[in-house]
Each structure stands twice: as C-alpha cells, then as structure tokens.
Design a protein around this ligand. Structure first.
Ligand code: GLU
Length: 524
C-alpha cells in the first residue's frame, strides 16, 4: 500500500452502538492497525431530527471498553477536525455549489407538496416516481428554468435543494474488495439531494467531502450502504477526486429465521445486542450491554471478528494482536453471518479459562463482599464461625477456590453457585442425595472417618487422599460408601470439585466440624 492507510468509523449518533456497528468499527480498527494506519472516529450528525443525546458518548465509551479506541477524532484532533459534521456545516455548501457550477448538480425548487402530487400522478399511471433524467426537465429546477428565473427565485428566498445530476444510461463500473466488480446502469439511480433547504448537507455530500478532506484511503462499512456506492463513486468523479477503496461488510443475521439481527431478537432470546448498558433517554427503557451481562471485552471482540471473517484456518481464539496480524479484507465473506448467542457464551467461557485465578479473584471479591453482608444481615454472625467468615475477603483463599471451580464457570457471577459451600458450611442437605447415599451405617462410618482425619497431620489434598484410601483398604470398606456421605457432609449435595481438594482448602477443623454437624442433623 503506497499511501498511509486512513480509515474511519462514521456512525450517526441516533442511538446506542449495535453490535453490527461495533463489528464495522472493529474491522476498521483491525485494518488500520494491520497496515500501521490511522483509525478515525467521525460523528455524522447532520440529520438533527434523528439526534439522540448521549449516543456519541456511548459510542466512544463502547470503543474504549472494547479496547479498540480511535486514534483520531473528537478530543484527538490530528489536524483534520472538527470530527463532528455538525461543526463542519460551513464547509459543505461551497462543494455543492462547485458541482452546480461544473454542471454535475442543479438547484431544485420543487416543494414537498408539488412532488407529492407528481408522485401520485405517476403512481396512478402505474409508474414509480424517480427524480432523474427521464423527468427532471419537467420539474421545477435550474435545468428546466432559464438563468434569470433561477436567480430570481434564489433572490426571492424560495427554498431550494441541490440535487446531483446523475449521468444518463451509463454502465458504471464499481469495485468492492469483498464483492469484486459490479456494473450498474446509472438510469436506475435518482438525482439524490446533496444539500437541503435547511442549509445542511445530506449524508451523501458530507460523507464524500469529509472522506476526501480527511484523506480516507479505505471505506469499510456495512452492506446497507452498498446501494449508495454508485452515487459516491459518481461524486468523486464529479469533484475530480480519487475515490477510496470500498469494502461493504456482510450483514449480521438473526440466530433463527431470516433478516438482519435486531434488538428484538436479543430481547426475545435473552442476549444483549449492545456492548454497554443503554438507557433510552425518551422512554427510560434499559437495554443490557455485554459488559454488564458479565462478558469480557476480548471475548466479545473475538466473537465479532469471526462474524463474516475467518483466518482461513480452524483457529477460533485470537487475541487482539493476533487478530490484527491475521486480518485480511479479502477473507471477509460476501454472505451474511448468522449471530449465535451460544457461540458467544463459548467464547466467554474460553476467555474465563484464560484469566488467572488472581485476576478472577479481584473480580469475585466484590461479589463475595455483598454475599457476606447479606448473610450477616439475614442471620446475624452467630451461626458462622469467624474463621469461615474471614475467607470471604481472603484473596489467596478465593484464588484457590477459583482454581478448583473455574472450568465450570462462564461468568464471574456463576462462581457463587459453584463455590458457596467453600465459604458457608451447609446447614441443609439435599434430600435426594440423603435417600440415595446416606445409609444406616453412614453415621458410624463418618465417626470413624473423623478419627482418621484427626490423625492426619499434613492436610494437603494428596496426603488426605492417600491416608483415607489406606484406611478404606485396611477396613475393606466400599470407597463410595465413605466418599458419598463425606461429600454430602462437606458440600450439602453430591456436587463440587475433587473432595480432598475441598477438605484441604477448608481445613481440618472445618472438615471435621461439618462432618459432626451432618451426623447430628441428617435424618433419614
Ligand atoms: N453515517 C453512516 C452510518 O451511520 C456512515 C456510513 C458510511 O460509513 O459511509 O452508518
């Protein structure tokens, strides 16, 4: 690539960033980083009627949380700003007028009402109405009026728009990195409005002018903009500017059925479609984000990267640097990518396993703190011994608990259910487990087990296991007849990790006290 790569993510602040938009941002980011280029954020807020307060800040926060911050944009002006189109208003009119002057655009004075009447007439005759070469001379514009009439209208302050004069019957060649070559007959295009009567440019004009002025080399955006590509290429030509290279990313599709993934799919199936929580300022309705649902940012990013792109290998887990290294627009698929909420959870599970026990402990400690408070609130501290309660805030204890249970956890919030018995001795015992595994002989066996445990000085998991196995063999006891009631006593149910690991971690005193409690309290 000869020119320095400059790409932009150009959202309109009309609401929170949907994961489709986030994937567009991600692909721009990956492409920029891969080519040592610049990733720019431009806010396309020319349509004041669709402006939603808070949306811009949300977009910026979302990119930051995902770990894909922009290099250039609001607050990071590198000489191409401002980066909000509303602050660039003055720039666009001259460009629209330049096109009028060189014959590529024209003033149109048609009122909305007159166009409605015209449209209704056309439709009554079975025709669709497009404002273009086939009728523009019959309408109220600077092509059908003479120069005097036009300047009079402008002087009188008659509102006008500026429309692009689409070439007639030209087979236009388009090239998209993902879709290859396409040809389109310009006759099917309409003369799009470039400049509105309220003094604002339309998306098309502002987008092209800004991409040019910001020296954008590659436009990477969603497939919904593919129909605009012909006009954009024609605009570059009319200005005599070099067009950037275009890549239109495939849609993200619903998990089931047809069509584009929507917020409603997420609501129905219970998965977020936004990176962060969003409170709609109009309705106060809260939509949950991936962050608040407990996902790690790198899990979300890894999942999104594989929606419509693959490295051409079986590899699915990619760190951000690995994604940058492997990313290639030519491996983006043309067809839509089905969103799979279960696969997203799978990624989250994988990233959970990659986190160190200590990192996870830092995330779990605040949750434990809350549990601790609510236990004290509900019961008073009386039922719990002080040593056990201390474990709630003991990071090294918590890390060890995590090491034993994390392969079963997908979210940090899963840990309490998986580990509560490490922190709080069971006072209730699973009924089904009792009827199956607590035999008449169990209390006596557990008393013997307590004696055996009492004699074990080194309470490491391995040593407890060895000693107990020796005892079981000597006494010719059934392994299960000891281990199942033992587990029931320590955990309260027949679940949890390796039993000797649990015993070792909670310690000898606590192990024995739990067994005593079980002997006294389990009734058949
Ligand atoms: N403002 C457009 C959007 O909201 C940008 C499209 C483009 O990237 O050209 O998606």
């Amino acid at each position: 690539m000869d020119k320095k790569v400059r790409v932009r993510f150009a959202p309109s602040p009309t609401g929170p960033l949907h994961i489709g938009g986030l994937r567009t941002a991600l692909f721009n980011y990956l492409f920029a980083k891969k080519h040592h280029g610049t990733f720019i954020l431009r806010i396309e807020d020319t349509d004041q009627t669709r402006y939603v307060p808070g949306a811009e800040a949300y977009i910026i926060n979302a990119l930051n949380w995902c770990g894909i911050p922009f290099d250039e944009g609001i607050g990071k002006d590198k000489g191409y700003g401002p980066y909000r189109q509303s602050e660039r208003k003055e720039i666009y009119k001259d460009y629209a007028l330049q096109l009028v002057k060189n014959g590529h655009a024209y003033y149109a004075f048609d009122s909305a009402e007159s166009l409605d009447i015209y449209r209704a007439k056309e439709e009554a005759n079975g025709n669709t109405f497009i404002y273009n070469h086939h009728n523009r001379l019959k309408l109220d514009n600077s092509l059908s009026l003479n120069a005097d009439e036009v300047s009079t209208k402008i002087k009188e302050g008659i509102p006008y728009v500026i429309r692009f004069k689409t070439p007639t019957a030209e087979p236009l060649e388009l090239f998209d990195t993902i879709r290859g070559n396409m040809t389109i007959n310009t006759n099917v295009l309409d003369d799009k409005v470039l400049f509105k009567s309220d003094g604002m440019p339309t998306y098309h004009l502002a987008n092209i002018v800004d991409d040019h002025l910001m020296q954008i080399t590659h436009v990477i955006r969603g497939e919904e903009w593919l129909p605009s590509m012909a006009l954009h290429i024609l605009l570059y030509r009319a200005f005599n500017w070099q067009a950037p290279e275009f890549s239109h990313l495939p849609l993200i599709l619903k998990p089931v059925g047809k069509g584009k993934l929507s917020k409603r799919d997420g609501d129905k199936m219970g998965f977020p479609v936004f990176p962060l929580n969003w409170i709609d300022p109009a309705t106060n309705e809260l939509s949950q984000g991936y962050k608040e649902a407990g996902y790690f940012n790198n899990a979300l990013i890894n999942m999104l990267a594989l929606l419509g792109w693959n490295a051409g290998t079986e590899q699915e887990l990619f760190s951000l640097p690995q994604l940058i290294e492997a990313f290639d627009l030519s491996r983006v698929s043309k067809s839509g990518a089905k969103f799979d909420p279960e696969k997203t959870k799978w990624f989250q599970h994988q990233y959970m396993q990659q986190k160190s026990d200590n990192e996870l402990a830092d995330l779990l400690l605040p949750i434990l703190n809350e549990k601790h408070a609510s236990i004290l609130n509900d019961n008073g501290a009386n039922n719990y011994n002080a040593k056990q309660l201390k474990n709630f805030s003991d990071k090294s204890f918590v890390s060890k608990v995590i090491a034993l249970t994390k392969e079963r956890a997908t979210f940090v919030t899963d840990f309490w259910d998986l580990t509560a018995f490490f922190f709080v001795a069971p006072n209730l015992f699973d009924e089904k487990a009792i009827s199956k595994q607590w035999k008449e002989s169990s209390p006596a066996l557990m008393i013997e087990l307590i004696n055996c445990l009492n004699n074990i000085a080194d309470f490491s998991s391995e040593n407890i296991e060895n000693q107990i196995k020796i005892w079981i063999n000597e006494k010719e006891l059934g392994f299960g007849s000891v281990m199942q009631p033992f587990r029931l006593g320590l955990v309260g149910a027949l679940k949890g990790p390796h039993l000797f690991d649990i015993a070792s971690l909670i310690g000898k005193e606590e192990t024995i006290s739990r067994l005593k409690f079980a002997i006294e309290n389990i009734q058949k």
